[in-house]
Design a binder for this molecule. Structure first.
Ligand code: NAD
Length: 497
């Protein structure tokens, strides 16, 4: 663990050079129209940098460059071991600049520096290494044909893939996309969220230095409804790799329908149930995990365990332990390595969260913890908040809040836990705490979610797929399954007769 103090991080942030340009065809560039937007530090409200705001004309030139590189073949047709070597170099350059990237991430979106250093950076680096290492080991197939023919089933790269990502784990969500997209041989255009463009812009330089050819890796900062929409509607983009809200995910399906029927992979929102049964192996451990499962990253986590579904006979014990755990969490300066909960990404998101808290009170839930904004100059901070006596029909139980707000729902038995767990439009993740193996299997099978954790929450590694059922999306990030999204299956039937 990095042993820098809060003062050293503040000093380093004052010296930091912020790059704000787009990266197209192997070089940094302004938007053709010179359009820009401002990026602020959510912990202080101070201006961090001025960022190029890509528009349709910039999307056109990025797509043209990506297409040219794909057709020319120096990446798309390179031997997998060559792509592997360059991606490993890319990961190495990110690793050797990890402190700077962690600082950029924390300044840009408000997460604690300790988490940027110990979670976002190592997981991003590991993700790029993992796909690099995988790509020269995955084989294609031959069908069981008669001896008069041979049928080859080969996976081919799609071409130009646009990766549109959110602000909550900017570098990690980008890595989950760009690593398998590039490993499979595609060209990529990465569009970061407008709240958090800095690490995406910075790593473009490392991609070029690692030898990834010009045009293969592009970064287009810009507004969703301009740059994102233009990518979604572009006739020469073959695939959209999207992570973000369900609302915007639906737009991308429409854009595909209105344009060239491009493939669309969607990793969207969630309202994940975390179900604690009275027979959990360790109720205190379950409660501590439930607290981190909602308050980590300020609750700005797609798979946050935002609905605590707990068997009524142990509810009070669990809630008391969660409250005690949350009270010990330090909320404040993201650059202080002792901080557990940092700043909310911007004022708009903080207002959204506060509106949900007010709606919970108005609908009759019992506010047991938090519920207030914290005064901190122009920064945006919200206390960890716990509601008890929540009915699953309430807005705070149905809608994704994307903030540090936990809704507690009591249930009498297993059947009710399953029914409440599934009573949601989402299906991203779920947690179950029980010592009964039959119950663990039965409930995990019954829950309509892409990821189910038993006796833990938010565990896993890059080898395990991640993604949602229902309106949480389609397709999977992580694991070898992600390569399926960025390749097309070609059957070649060779007549030997
Ligand atoms: P968002 O949907 O507002 O934005 C995501 C991206 O889409 C951004 O790059 C944005 O600029 C772009 N965008 C916005 N409006 C657009 C439009 N009209 N046309 C085209 N592009 C547009 O999401 P967000 O607020 O950045 O992130 C939070 C959401 O992301 C939450 O719903 C969260 O659950 C989800 N998320 C999901 C996962 C997952 O793996 N399932 C992971 C992280 C975050």
């Amino acid at each position: 663990m990095n042993d820098m103090t809060v003062d050293i991080w503040h000093a380093r942030s004052r010296d930091l050079q912020i790059r704000g340009e787009a990266f197209i065809d192997g070089r940094y560039t302004k938007a053709l129209s010179d359009a820009t937007f401002e990026s602020f530090n959510p912990a202080t409200g101070k201006l961090l940098g001025v960022i190029a705001s890509a528009e349709e004309a910039d999307v056109d030139r990025a797509v043209a460059s990506a297409r040219k590189a794909f057709a020319q073949g120096s990446w798309s047709k390179a031997a997998p071991r060559e792509r592997k070597a360059k991606l490993l170099k890319f990961a190495e350059l990110i690793e050797s600049n990890a402190d700077e990237l962690a600082l950029l991430e924390t300044l840009d979106m408000g997460k604690p520096i300790r988490d940027s250093l110990s979670v976002d950076l190592p997981l991003s680096i590991n993700c790029i290494r993992w796909y690099a290492e995988a790509v020269d080991k995955v084989y294609d197939e031959i069908a069981p044909t008669p001896s008069t023919a041979i049928s080859l089933m080969r996976r081919e790269p799609l071409g130009v893939v646009a990766a549109i990502v959110p602000w909550n784990f900017p570098l990690l969500m980008a890595s989950w996309k760009i690593a398998p997209i590039l490993a499979a041989g595609n060209s990529v255009i990465l569009k970061p969220a407008e709240q958090s463009s800095l690490t995406a812009i910075r790593i473009a330089e490392f991609a070029a230095a690692a030898g990834i050819p010009d045009g293969v890796f592009n970064v287009l900062p810009g507004r969703g409804e301009i740059a994102g929409k233009a990518l979604g509607l572009h006739m020469d983009v073959d695939c959209i790799a999207f992570t973000g809200s369900t609302e915007v995910g639906k737009y991308f399906m429409q854009y595909a329908g209105q344009s060239n029927l491009k493939r669309v992979g969607l990793e969207c929102g969630g309202k994940s149930p975390n179900i604690i049964f009275a027979d959990a192996p360790d109720l205190d451990a379950a409660a501590i995990s439930a607290a981190w499962g909602i308050f980590y990253n300020q609750g700005e986590v797609c798979n946050a365990g935002s609905r605590l579904i707990v068997e009524d006979k142990v509810k009070d014990q669990v809630v008391e332990k969660i409250i005690a755990t949350a009270k010990a969490m330090k909320v404040g300066d993201p650059l202080d390595p002792r901080t557990d909960i940092g700043a909310i990404v911007d004022g708009k998101q903080a207002d959204t969260i506060m509106n949900y808290i007010e709606s919970g009170i108005a609908e009759g839930a019992t506010l047991r913890l938090g519920g207030k904004r914290m005064e901190a100059g122009d920064g945006h901070f919200i206390e960890p908040t716990l509601f008890d006596d929540v009915d699953n029909k309430m807005k705070i139980a149905q809608e994704e809040i994307f903030g540090p707000v936990l809704s507690t729902i009591s249930v009498k038995d297993e059947d009710e836990a399953i029914a409440v767990g599934n009573d949601t439009i989402y299906g991203l993740a779920a947690g179950i705490w029980t010592s009964n193996i039959n119950r663990a299997f039965k409930v995990s099978s019954a829950l309509r979610a892409g990821v189910v954790w038993v006796n833990c929450f938010d565990h896993g590694d890059i080898s395990s797929p991640f993604g949602g059922f229902k309106q949480s999306g389609s397709g999977r990030d992580k694991s070898l399954h992600a390569l399926e999204k960025y390749t097309d299956l070609k059957a070649t039937w060779i007549n030997l007769g």
